[in-house]
Design a protein around this ligand. Structure first.
Ligand SMILES: [Zn+2]
Length: 138
């Protein structure tokens, strides 16, 4: 159903979707009002925007995680990458929570971002630790 209000008296009328765009006389004041064309109800567009924002967080987490993963392969520099990865993990976690709240849609990207970020932190600590341990920097 399409709900719209009469422009003169604001009486709310309901018409079927197939009648969208048609003219109807208001049962309250007799004014002829044009029903809006069938459009997605406002409630349907909100979750879509939320999913979009959620996958945005997931993409950000994945990108940060991948940058950190590359930096992680460079000793010491990898520790700076780990800071990016920590940020990526936070984005991934936030995206995951948002996706779970939004009906578990789009959880793949945040999970991937979270895993890549956590792996990057582990690799950065491991590689830098090995290099410092072996005395290469001394
Ligand atoms: Zn009216």
């Amino acid at each position: 159903m399409i709900n719209f209000s009469c422009p003169r008296c604001h009486h709310v009328m309901s018409v079927h979707e197939s009648q969208g765009g048609g003219s109807f006389s208001c049962p309250s004041c007799g004014n002829v009002a044009v029903a809006p064309a069938a459009a997605a109800p406002a409630s349907a567009t909100v979750p879509q925007a939320r999913i979009k924002g959620t996958s945005g967080l997931g993409v950000a987490a994945l990108v940060l995680g991948l940058i950190a993963a590359v930096l992680a392969l460079i000793p010491v520099v990898g520790l700076f990458g780990a800071v990016l990865a920590a940020l990526g993990a936070i984005f991934g976690f936030a995206g995951l929570i948002g996706a779970a709240a939004g009906g578990r849609k789009g959880v793949g990207m945040p999970i991937a971002g979270l895993l890549v970020s956590l792996s990057a932190i582990a690799v950065a600590i491991l590689i830098t630790g090995v290099v410092i341990d072996s005395g290469l920097l001394r």
